[in-house]
Write a protein that binds this ligand. Structure first.
Ligand code: NAG
Ligand code: NAG
Ligand code: NAG
Length: 532
């Protein structure tokens, strides 16, 4: 990649709407890629930009954090309330109602894949490895509080493996053992994350079972569990998942949640290239009702201890799958939430399906459990695009739409990848918010990293979405979500994907109305303490 280092520690000035000059310091060590429209922030042994630390709000003021295509990375500015003005000719007028409240946030995070661990291991100093984990989980990082952990190998592993590969029909799982991959790539970095944030919620997801449990005798591609629901094969697979939870516990890693299968419908498809196991809606309902649910409960992992999340697949079929499983009261009694992935795209219909799940099953939370960029389209669009701004916007757009349709958080895919977007044993390369350089002496924080931090830092667990209504103006290219935090701060997050700035007037957020300017191609988080 052809990079050019051009500035460091730029000091900037924002000319505000109300003509107040505000200064701040922008700590990103910028590297621009000639092929892309924005830039990455470089972290090496000498320097890494910390993100802003709490307190995020100041009394009688608005605190504004800005990331945009051209200059800013979570850059903070403070505007005293007395300087806030209304501009009657604003483009959009919004009314908030902080008393009208919806779902509470569970959190934000990413996945401790083998690929992530392989890449973190390539960093040439322990200090840099620690800094990377702090970038995600630390107070001066993105403050992630969720981690997803694949059970055994996934496509983002450098080989296929399960925890019981050597002996066929080992129904008692006598030969079950965690793999070197767990000890080398996953557990060390999960533990580092937990040292920095003791409240990380971990959830586990399997891709494929031991081959001898699958009809095809293969980890990859079409295939389901051998036998029938309730048979020794199905019961063994439930026990296998429990053995995983117990083996991690022996290594002092405990889980908050479990999805019974990553992308279960892929294993019903004849052309699917990597590790999977097929479950139709009916099969999943039966597996939970007869095998997994009772086994988890008997092992002390009932819903009070471990959140079982069904589906874990694309947003377009989330409603039909959830309905098929949760309509069965017995299966539903073991389930806590519905997990979904973004890969069917950001259509209004797909977001509406999330709301339909909530409306029909309001006691089950919704959580976005996987998403990444660079996974589809023409070959030229696949994999890593260092400094790509569009991908920061698609992330923000999907987080906002998900939250506005009852989701309780958003979990990214690989925490870290290499410059090609791997390793991945089937070369299913994608992009990630942090990329390790080829020689391991530095890593790059992409626009996507800052985009997610606009949510993960400010929407602490327990933050509640509040009502907002667009009174006037068109939201073309603009998305917004509004929350109140457990410490009673109003948080407004806006993404403006337009090439021009947009003025938005807010009403209902306290004594005064105010108009703010949202710059071209920007993501902004506004934090205002509420006095009531
Ligand atoms: C940036 O990413 C978007 C979304 O994946 C893609 O459409 C666009 O072509 C990328 N731009 C560049 C310059 O790679
Ligand atoms: C109000 O907004 C309009 C339209 O963007 C702009 O032309 C005008 O200068 C603004 N007025 C003030 C006082 O900022
Ligand atoms: C899977 O392996 C079993 C036992 O080794 C064998 O009986 C069966 O035919 C195999 N199935 C396929 C699809 O290869």
């Amino acid at each position: 990649m052809a990079f050019k280092m051009f500035t460091k520690n730029v000091t900037f000035f924002i000319l505000c709407l109300n003509l107040i000059l505000i200064s701040g310091s922008f700590g990103c060590q910028v590297k621009r890629n000639e092929e892309t429209d924005s830039f990455v922030c470089v972290c090496n042994n000498d320097y890494c930009d910390p993100l802003p630390v709490e307190p995020f709000s100041s009394p009688q003021s608005l605190t504004i954090f800005t990331t945009d295509k051209s200059y800013y990375r979570l850059t903070k500015s403070v505007v005293p309330e007395s300087n806030l003005k209304v501009n009657q000719s604003s483009d959009i007028k919004v009314t908030l109602n902080v008393f009208d409240r919806f779902q509470s946030i569970i959190g934000f995070g990413g996945a401790f894949t083998d690929a992530a661990g392989i890449n973190i291991n390539r960093l040439t100093s322990d200090a840099l490895k620690d800094r990377l984990i702090a970038d995600y989980f630390g107070k001066d990082g993105a403050e992630y509080n969720i981690g997803r952990v694949p059970i055994g190998g996934a496509d983002f592993s450098d080989r296929i493996y399960s925890y019981d590969d050597d002996v066929v029909d080992d129904f008692e799982l006598k030969h079950f053992a965690l793999a070197p991959d767990d000890y080398d790539y996953k557990i060390p970095y999960i533990k580092k994350g937990q040292q920095i944030n003791s409240n990380i919620k971990l959830f586990a997801s399997p891709w494929a079972p031991p081959k001898w449990l699958k009809t095809s005798n293969q980890s990859e591609g079409l295939g389901i569990l051998k036998g029938e629901p309730g048979s020794i094969y199905w019961k063994t697979y439930a026990n296998y998942l429990i053995k995983f939870l117990e083996s991690y516990k022996e290594n002092a890693v405990e889980f908050w949640g479990l999805t019974p299968q990553n992308e279960p419908l892929t294993g019903l498809s004849p052309y699917y290239g990597f590790n999977t196991l097929g479950f139709s809606t009916y099969m999943m309902k039966e597996f939970i009702r007869r095998d997994l649910g009772p086994a988890l409960k008997a092992a002390g992992y009932g819903p009070d201890k471990l959140k079982l999340m069904i589906y874990d697949h694309n947003n377009d079929e989330v409603y039909s799958f959830a309905r098929g499983v949760l309509a069965d009261a017995e299966a539903a009694s073991y389930v806590s939430g519905v997990a979904y992935h973004w890969y069917a795209g950001p259509s209004a219909e797909n977001y509406d399906d999330l709301k339909k799940v909530h409306d029909k099953f309001p006691d089950y939370f919704l959580l976005s459990t996987e998403a990444c960029e660079g996974w589809n389209g023409p070959k030229s669009n696949r994999g890593v695009k260092l400094g790509n701004w569009t991908r920061a916007e698609t992330y923000a757009y999907d987080v906002i739409e998900g939250l506005n349709h009852w989701s309780t958080g958003w979990v990214d895919w690989n925490l870290v990848l290499d410059t090609t977007g791997g390793p991945n044993w089937v070369k299913n390369i994608v992009d990630a918010p942090i990329i390790v350089s080829d020689d391991g002496t530095e890593y790059y924080k992409q626009p996507m990293f800052y985009s997610l931090a606009h949510f993960s830092k400010f929407l602490k667990p327990g933050s509640q979405r509040i009502y907002h209504q667009i009174d006037e103006g068109r939201m073309d290219g603009v998305k917004m979500t509004t929350f109140v935090t457990p410490t009673n701060d109003l948080v407004i997050i806006v993404v403006n994907t337009n090439p021009d700035s947009v003025k938005i007037t807010f009403n209902g957020a306290g004594a005064s109305k105010f108009t703010l300017d949202f710059g071209p191609s920007s993501i902004q988080t506004i934090v205002k303490p509420l006095s009531f």
